[in-house]
Design a protein around this ligand. Sequence first.
Ligand SMILES: [Zn+2]
Length: 507
Amino acid sequence: MSLHDNPPATPRDAAAMILLRDREDPHVYWVRRSPCLNFMAGYHAFPGGQRDDEDRLIEVRHSAGTEDGVMRVVAIRELFEETGVLIGHGVERLSPTRLRQLRDDLCAGKIGFAELLRQEQIELDAALLDEAPRWVTPAAHPRRYDTRFYACWLPEGQQTEILPGELESGEWLRPVEALRKWVDGEVVIVTPIVAALQALAAGADGFTARMHEVGQDERDHLESRVEMRYGIYICPLRTPTIPPATHTNCLIIGGDELVVIDPGSPYPDQQRRLDEVLDRFLATGRRLREIIITHLHPDHIGGVAHLVRRYGVPVATHRLTAEALEGEVRVDRYIEDGDLILLREEATDLEWRLRALWTPGHARGHLSLHEERTGTLITGDCVVGMGTVVIAPPEGRMVDYLASLHRYLELPNVTALLPGHGPVIATPRERILEYLEHRQRRELQILDALANGCQHPAEIVDQVYADVAPALHQLAELSVIAHLEKLIEEGRVSQAVGNYRLAVAAS
Ligand SMILES: [Zn+2]
């Protein structure tokens, strides 16, 4: 089984629209994606989406026959579908009621966009949109987009309206207010949105031109250490991890002083990537305070020794992790449950309050960190952004794991989960409950399998994990054992010479 050779996903073509209003006091429009979506659920975004086959057939004045022209159509159509705002010549002739009717028909598939434009004699015009830079989702993501961003002003007489479905809500606000929400942890947005808001905060006039001045190299750099929230950076590095994950999120957090969490890659090219990111921080006068390890697995510690050698920084982790790593990683400081790691930035008067939580289950010494100001919960491998968490005894214990998930639920102010693998989760409560329900379902299935006469973990896997790739059955078997150990502790299952069966009391 190849653990780390998955090629990156091919980016799909997409377009998004930065919609503005009030030239005197510019406001920008963003939407919140529905918490029910299975991709970027609960994220804030600009209206947009993927190309339809039909988009290619639509004529655009000033940009006919070009790829850019097609993508402008995508941006215009998506804006119309998602917000009800239509950008084009001739739209001003339509009453709000008529426009609403046309949008309903388009969304219901009763009419195509090309036909709608022809019928209402509306002409699209590239000159009505400004072009902002293209942005490609970084290679580590399971789903990637090559997104062209455009900007336009809300036509007079039109209004935005979000219909329930893919989007939950929409909001007009000043760019600085939007950035404030990002700094405070009220929203989860991706890098190009941050970049657009920062450019807009300096004024709407010529903001796309200012964005274009930032070269591709710089954009690549921004994506190599994604700033999910102000001062909270994610540097996904390729590691020998468990599929479908291919990378481990190395985190860099703080202001004047930074901590590095889980530099997990043993590969020299990946370590160089991290060095470059850290060197750029150091060049601005920041200092590295320490390396923090969430837990002992190789894909979370693979780059620790390299960083210690290069930067001479101390290492901190939970005592149990330190003991398990003795002789492998020198740990300078123990982090106990409840400890506070406080980081500050003088210039902005901001602080990052990392509260340590001992969350065993995936590993005995597993630490999570709750950044209390923004409500960002760093989950290590307790909750991940893709795939599932392996609970492998003896290091893994299901009873502890479930208790750790319950502890997450009890924390006040959790606005996002920042996992050890995969994308940030903007719907923390929903995701944690999902995890608990998933384990509960598995447990019931295992009890069923035992009732049907299965006695060995491998038999149970064949029956219960039919949906999991055979290559992962070995890991699944460990999870089954973890479940069985929990059930034995609870007196619901008994074990004799390797054979498991339901305890009499439970049958
Ligand atoms: Zn792990």
